[in-house]
Ligand binder design. Sequence first.
Ligand SMILES: [Ca+2]
Ligand SMILES: [Ca+2]
Ligand SMILES: [Ca+2]
Length: 699
Amino acid sequence: MGFVLQYTGADNPFLPEKLEELSFYSIKENGNPLEGLKTLGFYVNIIDMGHNPKAYFPITFEAEVFVKLPKQMIEGKNYTFKSYGLGETDIDVTFTWSDKNVLSEAIKVNQIGYLSDAKIRLAYFGKWLGTAGPLEFIPQSYEVIDLNSGKIVYTGIPELRYSAGQKNEGAYQLDFSGENVYGLDLIHLKKGVYCISIPGVGRSYSFCVADNVMAEPLFTSIRALYHQRCGIELGEKYTFWTRPKCKKHIKLLMMPEYHFEYCSKLPNNIFEQVDQFLEQREGNLKYKIVKGGYHDAGDYDRNPYHLRIANVLCTAYDINPEAFIDEQFIIPESGNAIPDILDEADFLLSFYLENQWQDGGIPSGTESNKHPKNLNKNAWLTNTENEINEYVILPVTQMSCFDFAAGAAHLGLELQASPEVKDKSDKYIYAAEKAFECGMKNFPPENLEEQLMAAHAAARLLAVTLKHEYADIIKTFEDVLNQKKDYLNPAVLWFVSAYLSIPKNTPGLDIEFQNSLKKNVSDTWNWALNKFFLKEGYLHFKHPWAPFTNGTGSVGQADLIILAWIITGNEHLLDMIKVTADFCLGANPLGKVMCSGLGQNHILHPLVLESMNDDIKEYVPGIWVYGPIGNKEHWLQKQYESIPSFDEIPLLYRYIDIDQCPMHTEFTVQETLCKAVMLFGILAPSNPEIYSKPIPKPD
Ligand SMILES: [Ca+2]
Ligand SMILES: [Ca+2]
Ligand SMILES: [Ca+2]
C-alpha cells in the first residue's frame, strides 16, 4: 500500500529517517488497528513547480511511502489509512476493500483501448517501489471484468516476462523498468469494455477492445499541430485554447539567401549568428509578411527539420488512405474537399513555398537570437502576446532544398488525386523541382549523409514526375549505391521507403536495387526484432542503439518501425507497432499516457508557454512529451535530488512532469507530434465519419 504525501514550498521536508518511522502511519481494519506494519521503502521526487511570479517556485515534493500490511486485505472489510505530521496535509482515508473496485497503479493497460485485430494484446503487472526496489508480490491469477455486465469473462495466469536486475534489454543490456514484469494476456477478449482485477491487488483503469480505438489518439494528436500553427489566430470555432495571431512572427527580416555560403546544415550556434546579423543590420533591409509552418515546441522558431513533417504526414496517408477524410479534425480547411491531414501538410509547407527564392532556394525556417523572452526578467512568463523577440527568415542550406523537394513532391503527388486542387499540386511539384535543382547546383552532395537527403528527394520526384533524369541522378550517388548502410538509420529508411514507392514501370528505375534495399531492411529488422524488441519486459519499439532521450519513452521513434514494416511487409513488425501504441497509451512502467489530455491518467504539464500563461487550468491537449530521459540528469534533478538518487531510478521511471524541465516535458512538432499522427494514423479505422461533435473542452 502506498501513502502519497505532498508538500509545496521551498525545501524538501521528506527525510528518509522520518519516512521510515512507522509511528507516522496507522491502518485499521473495521476499526481495529493492524499490528505488524512494515515500511518497505519510498520514492521522493519533485512533481510540480510554479513559475509566476518567480521561476521554479514554489516546488511540490512528493513522497510515496510503501507500507506492507501484516496480511492481505479482505473483500468487503473497511480499511482506514492515516498519516499525521509528515506532509502538508494529513492522510485520513477510509474505503471498503474490493479488488474489483479499488484502483491499483501496479496494473498498466492501454487506457484508450486495444485494437480488435491485434495479434499481441498485453497489460502488465509490476511496480518499482523506490528504495525498496521491485514489488515482490507474485500475482497468482488475474480476472477480466466486462464493465457492461459486471461479469468475469476471462481468468488467466500472469506470466513473468522479466525479472528486475536481469539486464538484457536493448543493445546495452539494461534494465528498463526495474520491475518484475508480469504479462496479462488479453488476446482472448472479444470487443467490449473491460477492466482487469488481480486478487489482493485491485483493478486497472478501464479499457476497450474495438476496431476504432486509435481514432481518438489520432484526433487529439493531429490537433496539437493545429495549436502549433504560426502566423494565424487560433479561433473559437476550432478550439477552447484560443490565442490571437502571434504578432512577432508575421513581419520578418530576411537574411541573405546564401548568408552561410556553402552549408549542408545550419551552423550550431544559430542564436549567435542571428544575433550578429541583427546587430550589424544596415541599409537595404528586406522584410516579408509570412504565415504557415509551426512553432517548433515550447519555443516559436520554425526549425529546419520541420520540412520533414510533410513526408511523415503524407506517408501516414499513403499507408492508410481510407482513414482520412475532409472535415475530420475541425481545422480552418475542414470543408474544402481535401482530407484534413493533407491540409495540415499544406499549411506546413506553405511557408516555404511562399518564401522560395527566385533560383529555387528554400529558406531553412525562422529563428530569433534567443529563447522567447518578455519585458519581465522571468522568461517563463512569455507567450505570443508579450514576446519581445525578433525573428528572421533563415538562409538556404543543402538540407532545406532537398528536404523541401522531398516533402513538396510527396504532397504534390497526394494532391493529384483531387482534381479541384490541380493548381496547388502542380505548384508544389514545380517548386520541388526548382528546389532540387538549386540544391544540386549550389550544394552538390558529397558524402553518404548528404547523398541520402538528395536521393530521398530525387526518388520522390521520380515517383511523381516519372522523369528519367531523376533516376539518372540517383545513379551518380556512389555512396548511396555502394557504401554499407545502417538499415535502422532514419535517413536510410526514409530514402528506401521513397525509392520503393516508385511505380514499377517508371523509366530508369533499378528494380534490382529496389529488391536489394528491401532485402537488407528485411534482414536487419528481423534480426533486431528477435534480438532486442521481443525480449523487453514492456513490449515497445525503441531503437536499440539510441539512448533514452527525445521521445524514447514516447512516440518519437515510431516512424522507423512503420517504415520498416511498409518496406518489408513483415507482419511481426506491425504487431510491434500496435504494442508500441499500447505502450504510449499507458501500458508502460509509469502507467501514464505520455500526452496531455488523452486517457484517464496522463501527463499534466507539457512545456507549452501558451498553456503556462493562460487562464485555463488544463494544458492544451495532444502534446506528446519526450518522456523519461534516462541518459542525462536535468539540473533541476541535480538541485532537488530524488531518493533514491537519479542513477538508481530505473530508466523508464526517470521522468518529472514539470513544465520548466525541457528535457522531459518538451516536445517538438517534428520529433514527437507528427510521429504520433503517423503512429495512430496508420492504425486508425477506415471510413471515419465527419466530425460533428462539440470541440473538446478543458476539464
Ligand atoms: Ca526550437
Ligand atoms: Ca479539408
Ligand atoms: Ca494555463
